[in-house]
Design a protein around this ligand. Structure first.
Ligand code: ADP
Length: 329
């Protein structure tokens, strides 16, 4: 390799790039081709900045290179702008992928109850034509499919409203004991499974939007039932913790992988390897996103603890209210 001499230029080069610069320049020395390279150089402040270097060989009449003539341009800002653009494009591509996945999931999820409705409607139509009674079981199944569709559509609309900060909450002092009992009762009826209740003696007063809290606890319970085998226990606990109130939904299901946990409250997120253990519907991945948003809008927090193969606990923490202060009987 011909020796590249100079004014101690290697001192200002980044050590990781010296080899590359030498190889490229060596190539130009040997071939006589113009030289062009991009590399970081240390500035007077000690920080590295990116440069585009170009040089043309000046040759004597015998074709020997006698000197190089070139330029050195600071392209740090340009590179940073390009890098930011590349990142933005990657984020956009990821967002489009999420949206596409979501549309296909939403379409599939809505089609399932719609197909049931259509089939049941056709059966009932035939029965009516023959002058027969409509089967009460069919009516119940139709209602279930309708409720499912209504929930999916409401969740979707709520997710959009939550995203644009337009989700309304109307908080009033509420006793959580009957509220928890009612939500658990509804979920037990829908799933035909038992939920163990461990509720502090009431009243346990919090300032909440009761309809929204029913939605939150209902969602956590239906997840706990959905993602745990039917022979395992799901519990709903209500306890005081100092001046706070805790609502916990505990299951002994498959648990959530540590890699999925940081994303579990993201909109449209569904843990890749989670299998629905009980019940048929997978869901849109908006339930937990909405639940956390709604709890925070009511002044609380929603957190999760989970161990693979052991189970999952979701905890709603709300600031408690002194019921004398808020005038609840
Ligand atoms: P989904 O409608 O898909 O259930 P959620 O937002 O309610 O959407 O939940 C997001 C994801 O979190 C689920 O797809 C599932 O992978 C995981 N998950 C939620 N609750 C539990 C649980 N109790 N046990 C295990 N995984 C859960």
């Amino acid at each position: 390799m011909a020796e590249v001499q100079g004014w101690g230029w290697q001192r200002v080069h980044h050590p990781e790039y010296i080899e590359q610069v030498l190889v490229h320049f060596q190539h130009s020395i040997v071939t006589g081709e113009p030289w062009e390279d991009i590399f970081p150089l240390r500035s007077a402040s000690g920080q590295y900045r990116w440069f585009l270097s170009r040089a043309l060989p000046i040759q004597d009449p015998d074709g020997h290179i006698v000197r190089w003539f070139g330029s050195n341009t600071d392209i740090t800002e340009q590179r940073e702008a390009e890098e930011a653009l590349r990142k933005r494009e990657q984020e956009l591509a990821a967002a489009i992928q999420v949206k596409d996945d979501f549309i296909s999931i939403a379409g599939h999820e809505l089609r399932t109850p719609l197909t049931s409705l259509k089939t049941l409607f056709q059966i009932n139509q035939r029965r009516m034509r023959r002058g027969e009674f409509i089967d009460a079981r069919h009516m119940a199944l139709q209602e279930r499919a309708l409720v499912r569709m209504e929930r999916l559509i409401n969740d979707l609309l709520d997710a959009v409203r939550a995203d644009t900060r337009q989700l309304e909450v109307d908080c009033t002092p509420t006793d959580l004991v009957p509220l928890c009992e009612q939500v658990a009762q509804d979920q037990m009826l829908a799933s035909r499974r038992t939920i163990t209740l461990d509720l502090a003696p009431g009243p346990v007063i919090v300032l909440i939007d009761s309809g929204r809290m029913v939605q939150v606890i209902g969602n956590l319970l239906s997840n706990a039932l959905k993602y745990s085998p039917s022979n395992t226990m799901v519990s709903l606990c209500l306890a005081r913790d100092g001046t706070d109130v805790l609502v916990q939904v505990i299951d002994s299901g498959a648990g959530i992988a540590p890699s999925a946990l940081p994303h579990i409250f993201d909109r449209f997120y569904r843990a890749p390897d989670t299998q629905v253990q009980h019940g048929s519907s997978v869901g849109l991945g908006v339930g937990l996103y909405l639940a956390r948003h709604l709890v925070e809008r009511q002044g609380g927090t929603l957190t999760v603890q989970s161990t693979l193969g052991v189970g999952t606990t979701f905890t709603v923490r709300l600031p408690g209210q002194n019921h004398q202060d808020v005038g609840v009987d």
